[in-house]
Design a protein around this ligand. Structure first.
Ligand SMILES: [Zn+2]
Length: 465
């Protein structure tokens, strides 16, 4: 069996991946807060862990892998939208309007991530469906002396686990207090103590609890849901490296204190962040856009995925238009090469080996380039599909079979012939401009006219030419 090597944040080393149980490999990834459209940076962990999910399924079998990714649907921004809608006269209780907003954004999210070729995880729990489990876990933490109630809040007592807290991100509690922006509140015993439960006002959704009507803090949901769905010990925990502290540190503290005999997660994987044209993505820089924006602009999801895969997940990734154009040209070439071909029975060993080396997706793409250069279309197809590329359902953008380019070429050829007689080239110029605008390369020689789809080819633009 292939040995997968993964860089484990917990040990700061690349290790052989040994699952707790090879017939149930379990992975938990922190999912999105569903208050709006996902921006491009949100898509990076989705693609990274989708590749890992596909690799695990390839090595251990599709039915032997359980992938859980949550939806955070308890959030002030969701509340704000729901409240604004209620004030504008929308029907329903605040809780119903919150759920409506979450349903809407979850639908967008699944659509947009699906367009990037991401498989849906086996379980996609929503925080609001696990409130009872969170309350039970918080009660257990209080009973074990790791949490305390104060003024309607429940806080995790970091001092009760001080020697372990901070191990994942490599900080001590004292360093964190000195360096972090911690919320100082009179009811906290230690400024690093974090919220497990907080009170809700009438303008906020809330649930009854032993500490009054309130709602959970963010961190507890992942501890409660991973325990419910994967148990007290599971294999892989993933997320962006912006979640390492405090979110993952807090998940570990909660889970290890509630289930001291469990391991919680054995391997911790963190992806680096995404930039745009060399700059951090931000609303103030005007380079902030969503996956949906790109798809609407006609950038195919497969192209976005390809660009993502070119950079190793532990390195910062730069999204550039140039990369997107080059990725589109490569995919178009590969799609033409593999059209009508059946994929090889299994992915080429070199492709699997690259992925198994801590998800070296760039190395795997290099192997695919080699297979394409060798003209080995069947192996190219099988390898690309392991990476989530060249699938049938993602290929509509590159589908030129339905467009009769030769009839357009004949038209241009005829127009040229009559222009030679009349010396009026306006129709030739008009046609050429229209074909170029549709993303076609126009090759005219004395032998005839050829139209070749180039980057950005859009068959819809040929209608009405
Ligand atoms: Zn989480």
């Amino acid at each position: 069996m292939t040995t997968i090597k993964l860089h484990n944040t917990r040990t700061r080393a690349k290790e052989d991946f040994v699952p707790i149980s090879a017939d149930n490999v379990r992975m938990y990834v922190c999912g999105p807060t569903v208050y709006d459209r996902a921006h491009l940076g949100n898509a990076r962990p989705v693609v990274v862990f989708d590749v890992l999910y596909r690799l695990l399924r390839h090595v251990y079998g599709a039915d032997q892998v359980t992938y859980v990714r949550n939806f955070t649907d308890v959030d002030d921004k969701i509340n704000a939208t729901a409240l604004a809608r209620q004030k504008a006269g929308a029907d329903g209780t605040l809780e119903q309007l919150v759920q409506e907003r979450s349903d809407e954004t979850i639908g967008w999210y699944l659509h947009d991530m699906g367009a990037l070729g991401a498989l849906e995880p086996d379980e996609m729990p929503r925080a609001t469906q696990y409130i009872a489990q969170m309350v039970a876990m918080i009660e257990d933490l209080i009973a074990k002396g790791h949490a305390y109630a104060a003024e309607g809040h429940v806080l995790f007592a970091v001092d009760s686990w001080k020697e372990h807290y901070g191990a994942l991100s490599g900080r001590s509690v004292d360093d964190m207090i000195a360096g972090a922006r911690v919320e100082v509140a009179p009811y906290k015993r230690n400024p690093m103590d974090f919220v497990l439960w907080k009170p809700s006002t009438d303008e906020l959704p809330g649930w009854d609890s032993p500490w009054g009507r309130g709602r959970p803090g963010w961190h507890i949901e992942c501890s409660a849901m991973s325990y419910e769905l994967l148990g007290e010990s599971f294999d892989i925990h993933g997320g962006g490296n912006d979640l390492m502290f405090p979110h993952h540190e807090n998940e570990i503290a909660q889970s290890k204190c509630a289930h001291p005999h469990g391991e919680f997660a054995r391997y911790w994987l963190h992806n680096e962040m995404l930039q745009v044209e060399g700059k951090k993505m931000s609303k103030s820089l005007g380079n902030f856009f969503t996956v949906h924006d790109l798809l609407e602009q006609g950038v195919p999801g497969e192209v976005i995925r390809f660009v993502f895969l070119q950079t190793h997940y532990r390195k910062p990734m730069d999204w550039t238009e140039k990369k997107a154009r080059e990725a589109e040209a490569t995919l178009r070439k590969w799609r033409a090469l593999t059209a009508g071909i059946e994929p090889a029975a299994s992915a080429a060993p070199a492709v699997v080996a690259a992925l198994s080396d801590d998800l070296n997706t760039a190395g795997a793409l290099a192997e695919l380039h080699r297979l394409a250069a060798d003209g080995d279309a069947a192996s190219l197809l099988a390898g690309a599909q392991l990476l989530g590329l060249l699938s049938q359902e993602m290929g509509a953008w590159a589908d030129t079979a339905s467009v009769d380019l030769s009839s357009h070429a004949d038209r241009l050829s005829d127009a040229r012939a009559s222009a030679m007689q009349s010396k009026d080239f306006s129709e030739v110029d008009r046609l050429k401009a229209a074909y170029l605008a549709a993303g076609l390369e126009v090759r005219m020689s004395k032998d005839g006219v050829e139209l070749v789809p180039g980057t950005g080819f859009d068959a819809a633009k040929l209608e009405g030419v």
